[in-house]
Design a protein around this ligand. Structure first.
Ligand SMILES: Cc1cc2nc3c(=O)[nH]c(=O)nc-3n(C[C@H](O)[C@H](O)[C@H](O)COP(=O)(O)O)c2cc1C
Length: 207
């Protein structure tokens, strides 16, 4: 059975359009999936503690209470075989809530390591990952996009490379524009779900 992890990094939490679309897609494409939903936007994770920062930068200091929350979030991520990240664009980049999750999850010697060439190498297994991005601007506006390359790099750092982005743009331009964005993203992601399952059957069948 597919185990899906559905994360919201919007201040609107589970009411965000991206989250509602992701939930609907899972319902349609993977009806038997075991779904874990988390609202890390509406109820942000705590800021990094001094103890956590020290644990990460001190040799041998990588376990114990300081890393307990990080460990919990990494275990939650490891447990899923389908990841859905729902996020708005904030000031051309990821919102602070998503950056906070990243800082807890991307942990040296746990979710990534460093090879003799000083390159970061992911320690988590790859898994189909969908990122639903909501913004006021449309992609046609050519606004700078620091979110996509950053998220691609950071997910790759922990070993997650099979990432599909869907952009819900013009989300502040009225009901018709929102509807159009939702329909386009729905169509793109339905196709992507199908391709991830080898173009044969939806992910839910376990084939
Ligand atoms: C603090 C803040 C910064 C924002 N920065 C941008 C931006 O740089 N580019 C953009 O297109 N939209 C920006 N927006 C608009 C949101 O991305 C947009 O309203 C999005 O649809 C919100 O999604 P949500 O309802 O899932 O939170 C910003 C919104 C906020 C609150």
């Amino acid at each position: 059975m597919t185990r899906a992890l559905l994360l919201s990094f919007s201040p609107h939490g589970k009411a965000a359009q991206t989250f509602r679309l992701a939930r609907a897609l899972l319902h349609e494409q993977a009806p038997h999936a075991e779904v874990t939903e988390r609202d890390y936007g509406g109820r942000a994770l705590p800021p990094l503690s001094r103890e956590y920062a020290n644990a990460l930068t001190t040799p041998g200091g990588l376990s114990g209470p300081a890393t307990a929350l990080s460990e919990q979030l990494i275990v939650e991520l490891e447990a899923c075989d389908l990841l859905m990240i729902c996020t708005p664009v904030h000031n051309f980049a990821v919102p602070a809530a998503l950056k906070g999750w990243i800082d807890h999850v991307v942990r040296i010697h746990r979710s990534f390591t460093v090879n003799p060439q000083f390159e970061k190498v992911g320690l988590l297994k790859d898994r189909p990952t969908f990122v639903l991005v909501s913004s006021a601007s449309s992609r046609k506006n050519r606004e700078p996009d620091f979110l996509t390359p950053y998220l691609q790099t950071i997910l790759g750092t922990v070993g997650i490379h099979s990432v599909e982005f869907a952009y819900l743009g013009a989300m502040v331009r009225g009901e018709a524009a929102v509807q159009r964005s939702l329909e386009q993203a729905h169509e793109q992601l339905s196709g992507a779900f199908y391709r991830q399952a080898g173009g044969q059957v939806p992910i839910s069948s376990g084939a």
